[in-house]
Design a protein around this ligand. Structure first.
Ligand SMILES: *Cc1c(COP(=O)(O)O)cnc(C)c1O
Length: 570
């Protein structure tokens, strides 16, 4: 066997369809992109030799508009890459339906806190040499039809490999596929190996060689989250020879190309994004060894100013080494309470600014913001309005702040937003509910930090990890969540937050989860918040100390380094 000595591995190329680098770079839609951005930030902090590769999306994802009934409409979220990114010299070519399409790259430097830089390369087809249509290929994130998407994935995977080589990355590389969208990069690696060896047919040894270079992270147990393309489309876009090569490598499953299967076949290290998700994925893809590396968030990015100031005073090492957040146990409760109160005021000011609604600071404030889609069940809270009104009357007032965009073609997700609006209208002043438009990283930061309780009600086991609850925890905001994704690991009942329902799924899940949610809110959380504020502050403190110190991307990237990128070999 050819030796893959760790010392010869010098660069990790992290490929992601979306990357959330900063609020004004609109190249992300949700959790996957925010995770990619946090990964790159922590890799920079840790000095990992890593580069990012993604597409430029000149028209961004979407800007969300909501009318009085909660009907969503969208407009493009255009931005000016020229103002923020540095153009690179090389131009590479990918082949789409046999025609050459030119690709260039723009560079965005992610600087770590000690100065190490992780460059991110944004691939761009808006070049005068390309046809008008080909120039739009890197305009829209998750827009267009299957043809558009497959062409984009050729640009990302195959264009990305060619671009790195043109940029001078000639060392041995490790390719990290953040979800299956970039899996065609494996085809490029396979082709160059066959060319170098002058081989005409692909052998298992060739596949094995590619495998030693590829790490694959799968992100969702929802089948719709895995890209599939018909074989006709694959032959049309890639050409007969490449399609045949994929077939000969056993990548044609159920008459089509499933990007997850392509990635599974060519990855030497495969992981899910939480321990539970690793188990679920093992069940979904029998025959593949699937590990788990639990997601995290970039602590310094997601900690509010008041909490960051507090940590800087009490545990100054926390930025360099997030494990120090463990010592938040030694911070006094009044200091924690005061830092959170400041973050809450900032949130309520933002609500007033955006919606003209003044919400009182003393009221228990629940937050719920995530991609609006059916399985996340944002309407669970409204399944029994009478009960909700009753507990607010008797146990103490509560108010709720929502946010989240639905994908333009996700009718179910759009319906979820309307239901939240209907619930809000029915509750009126009994429980105030506000929906904030255009949830993005900037709003996410204010929201996760400023509420008192972070609600999460996905249908098990569809939440692979979830990361917004981790952002909340860093800011002393406990989660109130279904036991799915990261919460299976982060939850210690009444210590770091509260579970909704138990750990088993069944046909009665919706009503059982709703009942459990109401019971706990009424009997445990409201009495604690209004009756024993010190005890509530203690939960805040454990959320920081136990969850913030672990569910961060510094720990996560360290695990990728140890287990996936540069594993010790005997
Ligand atoms: C953190 C974040 C997400 C991911 O949150 P989940 O809990 O995984 O749903 C999505 N969108 C934005 C804007 C975020 O900041």
């Amino acid at each position: 066997m050819q030796a893959a000595s760790p010392s010869s591995v010098t660069t990790v190329a992290y490929f992601s369809m979306e990357v959330g680098l900063s609020p004004e770079v609109f190249t992300y839609s949700g959790g996957l992109g925010v995770l990619a951005g946090d990964t790159l930030r922590s890799a920079a902090d840790l000095g990992v030799p890593l580069v990012g590769v993604t597409l430029i999306y000149r028209k961004g994802y979407i800007r969300q508009h909501l009318d009085d009934q909660g009907n969503q409409s969208e407009s493009p979220a255009s931005w000016n890459p020229e103002d923020l990114l540095e153009p690179m010299e090389p131009v590479v070519t990918v082949s789409l339906e046999g025609r050459p399409v030119q690709v260039r790259a723009w560079r965005y430097p992610v600087r770590g806190h000690s100065g190490h830089t992780v460059p991110v390369f944004f691939l761009d087809t808006a070049l005068p040499e390309n046809s008008e249509w080909d120039r739009t290929l890197t305009d829209h994130l998750y827009g267009g039809d299957d043809y558009y998407r497959l062409c984009q994935e050729v640009v990302l995977g195959m264009g990305g490999v060619a671009m790195l080589s043109a940029l001078g990355f000639r060392d041995r590389m490790v390719y990290h596929l953040n979800e299956g969208h970039s899996a065609l990069l494996a085809l490029s690696l396979l082709e160059s190996r066959l060319q170098a060896g002058g081989a005409s047919a692909v052998s298992e040894a060739d596949v094995e060689a590619v495998r030693r270079q590829c790490v694959f992270t799968t992100h969702t147990p929802v089948p719709a989250g895995h890209d599939k393309f018909s074989w006709e489309l694959v032959e049309k876009v890639l050409g007969r020879a490449r399609a045949d090569l994929l077939k000969a490598s056993h990548c044609c499953v159920n008459g089509g190309l499933n990007m997850t299967h392509l990635a599974l076949r060519f990855a030497g290290f495969i992981n899910g994004v939480a321990m539970r998700h690793g188990e679920i994925s093992t069940g979904m893809f029998p025959g593949y060894p699937i590990d788990a590396v639990t997601n995290g968030v970039h602590a310094a990015t997601w900690t509010s100013r008041p909490c960051a100031d507090l940590f800087d005073r009490r545990i100054p090492e926390w930025r360099k080494d997030n494990f120090y957040l463990r010592y938040a146990v030694g911070i006094s409760l009044p200091e924690i309470t005061e830092a959170h109160a400041q973050a809450k005021r900032a949130l309520l000011d933002e609500v007033e600014r955006r919606r003209g609604v003044s919400l009182p600071e003393s009221v228990l404030t629940i937050g719920f913001a995530r991609r609006a889609t059916t399985y996340k069940r944002p309407d669970l809270l409204f399944s029994d309005l009478e009960r909700l009104r009753g507990m607010a009357r008797q146990g103490g007032p509560l108010q709720v702040i929502y946010g989240g965009k639905a994908h333009p073609r996700d009718e179910g997700g759009k319906e979820m937003i309307r239901r939240v609006f209907q619930g809000a209208a029915a509750l009126g002043d009994a429980v105030r509910v506000v929906y904030l438009e255009n949830y993005d990283m900037a709003l996410g930061k204010i929201l996760c930090a400023g509420v008192d309780l972070w609600l999460n009600t996905p249908l098990r086991p569809q939440e692979a990890s979830g990361t917004s609850g981790m952002k909340a925890a860093l800011n002393g905001v406990p989660s109130f969540s279904v036991l799915d994704g990261w919460w299976v690991e982060g939850h210690v009942e009444h210590v770091t937050g509260w579970a909704i329902g138990d750990d088993s799924a069944g046909p009665e899940e919706y009503s059982q989860d709703a009942a459990s949610m109401y019971d706990k809110l009424e009997r445990v959380i409201l009495p604690l918040y209004y009756g024993r504020p010190e005890a509530y502050a203690r939960v805040r403190r454990y959320a920081i100390a136990l969850n913030g110190s672990f569910f961060n991307t510094q720990r996560m990237v360290s695990q990728y380094v140890t287990n996936a990128y540069f594993p010790a070999r005997e």
